[in-house]
Design a protein around this ligand. Sequence first.
Ligand code: GTQ
Length: 349
Amino acid sequence: MTVRPNDQRDQLEALYAEMGPSGLTPLWESLHALVTPEPVSPALPWRWSFGEVRDFLMRAGDIISAEQAERRVLIMENPGIPRQSAITPSLYAGLQLILPGEVAPCHRHAQNALRFVMEGSGAFTALDGEKAVMEPFDLVLTPAGQWHDHGNQTDQPMIWLDGLDIPTVRLFDASFAERLDVAAHPESALAGDTLSRYGRNMRPLRGSAADRRPANRPLFHYRYAEWRPVLDSLSSSAPVDPHLGHALEFLNPADGGAVLSTISAHVRNIPAGFETRPRRSTDGTVFVVVEGEGILLLDGREITLAPRDIVVVPSWTRHQFQARSTLVMFAYSDKASQEKLDLYREQLL
Ligand code: GTQ
């Protein structure tokens, strides 16, 4: 049978229109967009300046309380994937404000979360009733299923970045959440108790009364006061990695793996004047500038970097960092998920 191209198009369109209501659609119209030879992310490279987000957050703070909002957060939404509360297709990022005297009520959920402190000193995140007193550039984890509340008993606003796997949990349709019937979890241990029991290459004998934390995930507070000297000592004693700069990953001591089951996190130091070689990886990554100035080069675009900027590099985007002054950054990505699913790849160029 010979069918003229225009007739064929008409016949196909008529066929699609008829099958649509039956929940059917032809693969041949979308195969090449579905099974791509390499990642084609809908996410865009993007930068948020802390000062700009902070101004909007403070204005929100004049209008709505943390208690009323439950979490007073401005979501950093990737303009390439609008209305999905996603900074990459799998990850969420927001900036959370807690004003003096406020509490963000206790809840727990299936989503994993990390907090990276941007401003303020001395407010807390409590995990299962143990406070982590937060200082600038501390990393605090609130893993899936663990009760957490936040409070600020200082006289200054406190702002941190929330990194969660909300889009991942949504992909799997596996969200559960519940609120505790009191705003703050009863205090279960003194602040710092977990670090002293589990953070010294020891742990209370498994099963003993002192063994408070889940066996597979004991630590939840990675302090700037600790990670920064380690990064400095690495930087002065090891050759700089051409693609990464000096890079240190945060670990879960129970298994040597990533800090959360879905999210990996690391810090970097790129020496003043250094330019990293081009690299790309399948884990779209969120970077927070802790210190220094520089430029992020991506596919011919330039994004300038200043302290407390937040930038996202989508999956498989070739990029390089140029450090004008010593560039210290925190980063998180879904590498932990991708490694479990045998999806992770990187390419050094
Ligand atoms: O603090 O538990 O930014 O559940 C978004 C969802 C923070 C939190 C967010 C959350 C939280």
